[in-house]
Design a protein. Sequence first.
Length: 229
Amino acid sequence: MSAESAGIDTTRAHPARVYDVFLGGRGNYPVDRAAAAAALAANPRGHLDVRHNRDFMRRAVTKPAAEYGIRQFLDLGTGLPTGENVHQIAQRPVPEARVVYVDHDPVVLRELVAGLPAGSRVVLTHLTDEPHPEPTRAVQRTYTERGFTFVFRSRAEVERLFGDTPGLVLDAPGVVPVHRWNPGPAPAPPAIAPDAFAALDDIEKIRCRGIDDVTDEDINVYGATGTKV
């Protein structure tokens, strides 16, 4: 089935497909790669936000599956299937784990947590312009020019998402930049010969680079988990 027959507008960039570009996925189109290239030009290390947001998800899913006995996962705001997905991460330590994916979900967090049994974990990441406003807003401008909507929240505002939700307790270490949440080595990038790497464009080179050289100056995404009591 072609993109056109599936009702996909390939003339306008889409946030999920741009995210897929930075993760080295294949579910994107030239217009999405152009948007990613513009963002990369505005902030050459901005791809680390995307990559570390994804690596936070890997750690945040692995921990409740492997340590807390969580067997059912609900992924809200799924985006495009890309590597690795929640079911692949959860089923590595727990093969019987089950995952439901939901996107464009209109339910607010208060309503969502009310339906969870005690002992459930809530995992959240959120964009912020609080630590480094200049590079973050430079990237924002490249996206808003293409019709994307951005909502930034401060650390205090993200903390209120947990504090204002009855029955939800914020876990340690609280709301932190995603690379600071239970940090550990990221998976190694795919091996590639130097001459093959040199032939790639700037966007393609991203998926072949490691992310362990990250600094606090690179990350503009907060991550946190909470427990339903």
